[in-house]
Structures are given as structure tokens and as C-alpha cells.
Write a protein that binds this ligand. Structure first.
Ligand code: GLY
Length: 390
């Protein structure tokens, strides 16, 4: 089956000034991304330090190299500027060799936002062949005993983040008709749902398995507050990733899990709209983790286009728009700060390791634009907030 299309319910209330906020975000990204590419050609920074992109900082793992190319593709489409298009192709080519990378679980992040966009822009099958190849490589991470795709960290480790990457295997399965690829992707989602998503809809960051028997042992975390905490970005990867798994399969268990994860985000964040790094951390030193909010907003907008109940659908859609509106205010969007080199402020990569804490992070910038692009594309369905060129 093809990807399930989003059908938005009528009557979604659009916050005042949202279209202006979106325009500000595009203009900010155009300036900042162009400067980054000109100042640091062919480099792929993950996070800023005091607002300046750091090209040689510790990365922990190499998972972000698709997000700059992804922004270039989005800006190429938005602006029609051949410079962005030429750079988008070039930055995609720079990572083509990663289609054989067996060391990371992030091939969806690398290829779905670059080579897949290239295929969509041109219809060139060769571009999608690269994506399918990467999907096959990703499927090699499958642990048969535990029935999960192993994380980059160790064979006994399952990360919630992989839910946002498993789509590339569903995609490869759909393109090739290979039932083994589809089995691997489905088993991974069901294992993640069973062991990493809790009864209250919160997501654990990591699960540890017994390598001999495949038995699940315990929940842990790498980037959250503690092992039984609720790391916000993992929550966002889960709610967006399970929604995407539903779009690939039509399996309603995935939709129900995505909704449970979204409900947890909304219940725990409420009117603040932007999550902290981990909801269980008492009195967190930093109030916000904006990249989680950007990912969650895109995931909630997706849910608004998928759930049957129009009241629930509007609830997700309106919350997503409010999150995006907040992220487009100058407290988060670096629109009024010429010195700040990233797009979205107040993101965090790895608090415990002290990497990219309260900074711009490359995926935060990407997922903000991605969500704005998807919302703007569906604008005709609910009468706003269309922006020029959207
Ligand atoms: N490791 C992926 C993330 O920081 O979300």
C-alpha cells in the first residue's frame, strides 16, 4: 500500500499571526543556512556553542548528516533559488556512501530527508534506489531473538529514536515488495510498543535485552533524567514515528500508540506548549527542549490528519499549531539575533554529557521547517495559514 494521506478535519482554529510567524521562520532559515554553508562548506555541525555552529565538537554518534541537506531541499522548494537546489544536491551526494553504514541506526534521518526529497523533486528512480539500499542496510540491524533493530550503542540496546528511522525499512519494503523487510519493520515496532511505551503513554528512551534468550530486561536512558524518566525528544520520536508506521501499514495499533504518546506530551506540557528535556526532572535548570517540541508538533499535525474522531483530530491539530506559533516567537526563533547562527534556540542534544545544551541543534532547525512545510501544504484543506510560496 502507499503512504496513507493526511485528511484534516474542517474548522481547525488557526492562531493569530501564525502565517507571519511561518514567514519569519523561512526568512530566518534562509539567512542562517546560507551563512552556515558559506562559512563552513561541506561540514555537518550538530549543535551550536554560544550560538555559533561548532564543526569539530564531540558528536557521540554520527546521526545528523541528513538534516542540513534536508533544510537545503526545503529552502530550494520554498525559494526556487538555484543556489539552494545546487547545494541540496551536493549535500545529498556528500552522504551517499552512508547507505552502507552499519554503525548507526539513523539511516532514515540521513536518507529520507535528502535522497527521498531528491526523488520526489525529480521522479528519478535512481535517487530512490539509494534510499531503498539504505533501508536494506538498516534492516541488517535486526536482532532475531529480541525482535528489534539494535541501537548504535550495543547489540542488546533498543532506542526509542529508531521509531523515527524504521520508516525507511517500511519504504524499502513497499518499493521492493520484499516481505522480509516488512516483517523486520513490523516486529521492531511491536517490540518497541510492548517494552518502551508505558501504560500512561510515556516512552522510555532505551530497552536492554538478554542477547542469548531475547528476553527484555529493563528500561534505561541515555539522554533523559533517569531510567524511569520521560525524555521529551524520545516521546516526540515515538509519537511521530508510530504515526508514520501507521501511514505505511494501516495497522491501527500503531495509530493508538502514537495517540497515547501525543496525549502524554499534551497532558504533561499543557499551556507551556514546549516540553522540558525530561518531564520527570524536578525543577529543571533549563525550562525548554525546543527540538522535541518541533518534532512533536509535526507528529501531532500528522495525527490530526489520521484520527477518525474530528474532535480529537482538531485537538491535535490546534495544539500543533500553537506549538509552532510559540516556536516562531523571538524567544525561540533567532529572527532578531543576527549573531546567533542557528534557527531555533533552546534545544538540547545531550544534557548529561554537556553537548549542545540550550543551543540550536541541527534536527531542531530541520523539524521546525519540515512541520511548517507540511502544515502550509495542507493549508487549503482548512482555510489557512497559507504563506507565500507554500
Ligand atoms: N540520539 C538522537 C537524539 O539525540 O535524539
Amino acid at each position: 500500500m502507499g503512504l496513507i494521506e493526511l485528511t484534516l478535519p474542517p474548522g481547525i482554529r488557526v492562531p493569530d499571526g501564525l502565517a507571519e510567524g511561518f514567514d519569519r521562520a523561512w526568512a530566518t532559515a534562509e539567512t542562517k543556512v546560507r551563512a552556515l554553508v558559506e562559512n563552513h562548506p561541506e561540514r555537518f555541525p550538530l549543535y551550536t556553542v554560544d550560538g555559533h555552529w561548532s564543526v569539530d565538537s564531540e558528536s557521540w554518534t554520527n546521526w545528523c548528516e541528513g538534516f542540513l541537506g534536508g533544510q537545503l531541499w526545503l529552502l530550494a522548494e520554498r525559494t526556487g533559488d538555484p543556489w539552494f537546489r545546487e547545494r541540496a544536491e551536493h549535500y545529498s551526494e556528500l552522504i551517499e556512501h552512508r547507505k552502507d553504514d552499519r554503525d548507526v541506526h539513523d539511516l532514515g534521518f540521513l536518507f529520507m530527508h535528502t535522497w527521498r526529497r531528491w526523488h520526489e523533486a525529480t521522479g528519478d528512480q535512481g535517487k530512490d534506489d539509494v534510499v531503498v539500499h539504505a533501508g536494506r542496510t538498516m534492516a541488517m540491524r535486526f536482532n532475531q531473538e529480541g525482535r528489534y533493530l539494535r541501537s548504535f550503542l550495543a547489540a542488546d540496546s533498543l532506542f526509542i529514536d529508531i521509531m523515527m528511522n524504521v520508516g525507511i525499512i517500511f519504504h524499502a519494503a513497499a518499493q521492493t515488495g520484499d516481505p522480509e523487510l516488512r516483517r523486520v519493520a513490523d516486529e521492531h515496532c511491536l517490540t518497541t510498543r510492548r517494552y518502551l511505551v508505558r501504560g500512561d503513554g510515556s516512552a522510555s528512551h532505551e530497552g536492554i535485552f538478554d542477547l542469548e534468550t531475547g528476553a527484555f530486561l529493563r528500561q534505561t536512558t541515555q539522554q533523559g533524567f533517569r531510567d524511569d524518566g520521560s525524555w521529551a525528544r524520545g516521546q516526540a520520536w515515538a509519537l511521530h514515528g508510530f504515526g508514520m508506521a501507521y501511514r505505511y501499514t494501516g495497522d491501527r495499533r500503531y495509530l493508538a500508540t502514537a495517540q497515547a504518546c501525543a496525549d502524554f506530551y499534551i497532558d504533561r506540557t499543557g499551556e507551556r506548549l514546549i516540553s522540558p528535556n525530561d518531564w520527570e526532572e524536578p525543577s529543571p535548570e533549563r525550562s525548554y527542549e525546543s527540538s522535541a517540541a518541533a518534532v512533536a508538533a509535526g507528529g501531532m499535525w500528522q495525527l490530526a490528519g489520521l484520527v477518525d474522531d474530528p474532535v480529537r483530530a482538531r485537538h491535535y491539530g490546534e495544539y500543533a499549531l500553537r506549538v509552532l506559533g510559540r516556536l516562531c516567537e523571538p524567544e525561540f526563533l533567532a529572527s532578531e539575533d543576527a549573531e546567533w547562527e542557528g534557527v531555533l534556540k533552546h534545544g538540547t542534544y545531550h544534557e548529561d554529557k554537556g553537548l549542545g545544551v540550550d543551543e540550536s541543534v541541527m534536527w531542531g532547525d530541520y523539524f521546525l521547517l519540515d512541520a511548517i512545510e507540511v502544515v502550509s501544504r495542507s493549508a487549503g484543506q482548512f482555510g489557512g495559514p497559507a504563506t507565500d510560496g507554500a
